[in-house]
Unconditional design. Structure first.
Length: 266
C-alpha cells in the first residue's frame, strides 16, 4: 500500500502520505443541521417512487433511489469560478478547473472590527504570515476563533466576517490561483452587488483569471496546523458556475537537500 509519495514544487521536493488525508469540507445531509447562508433552502432528499417501485430499502424497496435538492452557493462547502459574476455561457467550473492538485498554504487570521461594526480579515494580518517571494498556488484561510459552531452555522442575515478587497487583490496580483476559506463569502453579505473581493480576485472583467477558484464554507479543525499542504480539489461535474466540493489536504514535509561529498586531495 502506497504510504509515501513526493512532489516537486519550485525546485524543491516534498513528501506526503496519501493515506493521511485531511478533509476540510463540511458534509451535506437532509434537514437544518448543515451550515447555510444567503437564505438558501435546507438540503432536501426525496425518495423516488415509480409505480410499485419505492426507492427506499427501509420502506421495502430493492434499492435506495433518491432525488437531492440543494443550492451550491448556500448549502455547505462549494467551489466557484468567475462565472459567479459573469454572464458568459462558458464561464462554468468544468471549463475553468482542469487541475485538481495544488501546493497550498494554510494560515489563520483573526477578523478585525471596523468602524461600522463589521468584522473583516485584513491584508496586513494575512501578509504577516506569508513570504511574498514564495507564495503558494492555493491559500487556505482559517478564521479565528475557530468555533465548532461553524459546522452548522446559519449565517443568513447575520452579516458574517468577510475579506478586505485589498487582500483579494494582493492574492490575484501575486498569482495565488485558489482561495479557500471558512466563511460564506469573500464579500459582505449585503453590499449592493459590488462584490469587490470577488471582482478583485478574479480580476474581472478586464483581465479575468479564468482558472482561478474560490471555495467557501470549509472547516479546518484546530488539530491541522498552519503550514504547507498538498491540496486535492474534488468537485462534482456540473456545468454551472459552482459545485459542491470536497477539498482535501495532505501535509507536506520538505525533503532534505542532497549533499555531495568530494574527497579531499591527499
Amino acid at each position: 500500500m502506497l504510504s509515501s509519495a513526493a512532489i516537486t514544487f519550485r525546485h524543491r521536493t516534498y513528501h506526503f502520505n496519501p493515506l493521511q488525508p485531511l478533509d476540510i469540507s463540511l458534509p451535506l445531509m437532509p434537514g437544518n443541521e448543515n451550515v447555510n447562508c444567503f437564505w438558501a433552502e435546507p438540503v432536501q432528499v426525496e425518495t423516488i417512487t415509480v409505480g410499485d417501485f419505492v426507492g427506499s430499502v427501509a420502506q421495502g424497496g430493492s434499492t435506495n433511489y433518491q432525488r437531492v435538492h440543494l443550492t451550491p452557493h448556500g448549502n455547505g462547502t462549494h467551489t466557484e469560478c468567475y462565472g459567479h459574476i459573469s454572464p458568459a455561457p462558458n464561464a462554468t467550473l468544468d471549463n475553468c478547473l482542469h487541475r485538481f492538485l495544488f501546493v497550498a498554504q494554510l494560515v489563520s487570521a483573526t477578523p478585525q472590527p471596523q468602524d461600522n461594526g463589521d468584522l473583516v480579515i485584513l491584508l496586513e494580518d494575512v501578509l504577516a504570515q506569508l513570504d511574498v517571494n514564495d507564495l503558494p498556488e492555493a491559500l487556505v484561510l482559517r478564521t479565528l476563533p475557530n468555533l465548532e459552531s461553524k459546522r452548522t452555522a446559519q449565517y443568513s442575515g447575520t452579516n458574517p466576517t468577510y475579506l478586505e478587497p485589498a487582500l483579494a487583490e494582493f492574492l490575484a496580483r501575486h498569482g495565488v490561483e485558489h482561495l479557500l476559506l471558512d466563511l460564506p463569502s469573500v464579500d459582505r453579505e449585503e453590499d449592493g452587488g459590488a462584490l469587490l473581493a470577488h471582482h478583485a480576485f478574479w480580476q474581472y472583467p478586464y483581465d479575468t483569471r479564468t482558472q482561478a477558484t474560490i471555495t467557501e464554507l470549509i472547516f479546518v479543525p484546530d488539530a491541522v496546523e498552519d503550514g504547507w499542504y498538498l491540496l486535492q480539489q474534488q468537485v462534482t461535474s456540473l456545468v454551472l458556475d459552482a459545485s459542491p466540493s470536497k477539498p482535501v489536504l495532505y501535509a507536506l514535509t520538505e525533503a532534505p537537500a542532497q549533499v555531495s561529498f568530494v574527497e579531499a586531495p591527499h
